[in-house]
Design a protein around this ligand. Structure first.
Ligand SMILES: Cc1cc2nc3c(=O)[nH]c(=O)nc-3n(C[C@H](O)[C@H](O)[C@H](O)COP(=O)(O)OP(=O)(O)OC[C@H]3O[C@@H](n4cnc5c(N)ncnc54)[C@H](O)[C@@H]3O)c2cc1C
Ligand SMILES: NC(=O)c1ccc[n+]([C@@H]2O[C@H](COP(=O)([O-])OP(=O)(O)OC[C@H]3O[C@@H](n4cnc5c(N)ncnc54)[C@H](O)[C@@H]3O)[C@@H](O)[C@H]2O)c1
Length: 445
């Protein structure tokens, strides 16, 4: 198995989901595997992404449910930011050790330090040289920062999630996933939030009428949205930060979140030296996740691709590489339908062909549903919910999107129909627990 001239069969640069979901089973099959990590083991998702964010978000849907059930539920609820941040810390603090334990137990060596290519088989890890037959670049993304005067007065998503006290007034620059999720959380915990949008549209890849519904709802709850607010500079005024935008407009806040996107970690890896090509969207790979250097692969967010840069994609890629390296497949990567969700409240989730794409196609039909028509949604007195299902000419479900408090569960429950192109008789054979969101959604097929 091990080509004797190298220290390892496979060396992964980075220890996030783009690595560990594949590296662990690969090592357990007897391959000699190492992971190089300069930060916390587990990377972004467990330490400063999904897990942390969803813990901070947890009280928000609860608050909405209590609102909807007013009269039935009479206890007033108040959200406590500092306790929620402590709770978040408790939820995530052991994850690096837990993931490191899984890696080690299965025989993966962890090399702490910054990895950099010396040649295509040799990496420098903080002064030590290590060699491998194959190397996987899984270095992820880092926050994009606006290049404007006063930019250092702005903060990133990790700093937001570690705030022990919630600032009274927050400005969020950008209108993507992080902006809308964090605006939802900060507003629910009592902060006055202003979202400064780059253009007219937020969450561009999601069904725009659903996005506009979420914006209108947040506006009713006191969030300000300023469209085409080009931020020119930031300046300190005593304890406040002044955000200058538009033509001479000013906003005085206590805290600024720069949520203008995330960019690939491709610098200072020695990629130019060994000939691995990349651009602003990430490392360029072929349909086997192989870079322009034959023994070097890439996985996870750092890959340039059309699929969403999310944890499920990173897991699928690292698992694909496991099968490729173990000789269990030689096929090109065949991505499944990858769902995505924005954890606003209500949530917006989607999978497959979008409504916009389907409406341009003569062979597809879009069926729009008011989900409140289903009795089950009235149990918790949901106040709003719509979805749109996309069918091909043979009535296979090929896409779905929903805005509602349960949108993520609805899209999860519809995934098998989309991915496996289930026929009507197969759909009939899937019986869900009743009464549940799964059964309520399946009835729509
Ligand atoms: C605030 C936030 C919320 C998110 N919420 C969700 C969500 O709800 N659902 C979802 O699906 N996705 C979410 N994501 C995206 C998700 O976190 C990523 O898709 C996922 O973590 C990608 O995994 P990865 O392994 O490709 O990269 P990462 O997890 O970023 O791992 C890369 C690792 O490489 C290390 N590294 C980089 N360069 C080097 C080097 N030279 N040497 C050694 N180590 C190096 C880094 O320290 C890092 O640990 C969120 C992201 C953010 C920022
Ligand atoms: N629920 C989830 O799955 C989830 C949650 C958070 C983050 N993420 C991941 O993290 C990534 C990064 O999230 P994000 O919200 O930072 O990025 P994003 O790409 O979703 O949004 C970036 C926003 O910044 C705006 N922008 C870009 N340049 C700007 C400028 N110069 N001035 C003002 N605005 C500007 C864009 O128009 C866009 O609205 C996401 O793409 C996603 O992969 C996922």
């Amino acid at each position: 198995m091990l080509e004797k001239k190298y220290d390892y069969d496979v060396l992964y640069l980075g220890s996030g989901h783009g690595t560990f979901d594949g590296a662990i089973p690969l090592a357990s099959k007897g391959f000699k595997v190492a992971v190089v990590e300069s930060g916390l083991i587990g990377g972004t998702c467990p330490n400063r992404g999904c897990n942390a964010k969803i813990t901070l978000d947890a009280p928000v849907p609860l608050q909405r449910e209590v609102e909807d059930l007013q009269g039935i539920v009479t206890t007033p609820i108040a959200l406590n930011w500092s306790e929620t941040v402590k709770h978040k810390h408790d939820v995530i603090k052991d994850l690096p050790e837990f993931i490191a334990g899984l890696l080690k137990k299965n025989g993966v060596d962890i090399l702490h330090g910054h990895g950099k290519f010396l040649d295509s088989h040799t990496l420098d890890v903080d002064g030590k040289q290590v060699t491998a037959a194959k190397v996987v670049i899984a270095t992820g993304l880092h926050p994009h920062r606006l290049d404007i005067p006063g930019k250092d007065l702005a903060h990133d998503s990790s700093e937001f999630m570690n705030l022990t006290e919630l600032p009274a007034k927050i400005a969020i620059i950008g209108a993507g996933y992080i902006s809308l999720e964090f605006a939802t959380i900060a507003n629910a915990f009592g902060s006055e939030v202003t979202v400064l949008m780059h253009g007219q549209k937020a969450l561009r890849k999601f069904h725009q009428p659903f996005v506009e519904h979420v914006i209108t709802d947040l506006e009713k709850r006191g969030v300000h949205f300023v469209r085409t607010a080009s931020v020119s500079h930031l300046e300190k005024q005593e304890t406040a930060t002044v955000v200058h935008y538009g033509n001479g407009k000013k906003l005085l806040v206590d805290w600024v979140l720069d949520a203008t996107g995330r960019i690939p970690n491709v610098e200072n890896l020695g990629l130019e030296k060994i000939g691995v090509k990349y651009d602003k969207d990430g490392v360029i790979v072929n349909n086997h996740l192989q870079t322009t250097v034959s023994n070097v692969y890439a996985s996870g967010d750092v890959v340039k691709k059309t699929q969403p840069k999310l944890t499920p994609t990173a897991i699928f890629e690292s698992t694909y590489l496991l099968h490729l390296f173990a000789g269990e497949t030689a096929e090109a990567i065949n991505y499944p339908a990858i769902p995505s969700v924005v954890f606003t409240s209500p949530r917006i989730a989607r999978v497959g062909l979008s409504v916009e794409e389907a409406e341009k196609s003569p062979t597809h039909t879009v069926v729009k549903n008011n989900v409140l028509d289903n009795w089950y949604r009235q149990v918790t007195r949901e106040t709003f919910g719509e979805n749109a299902l996309v069918f091909d000419k043979d009535h296979h479900l090929v896409g779905a999107t929903e805005v509602s408090e349960h949108a993520e569960d609805v899209i999860n429950s519809l995934l098998p129909a989309v991915e496996l192109r289930l026929e009507p008789e197969q759909i009939e054979r899937i019986v869900h627990l009743f009464p549940t969101i799964g059964s309520a959604s399946w009835e729509l097929l």
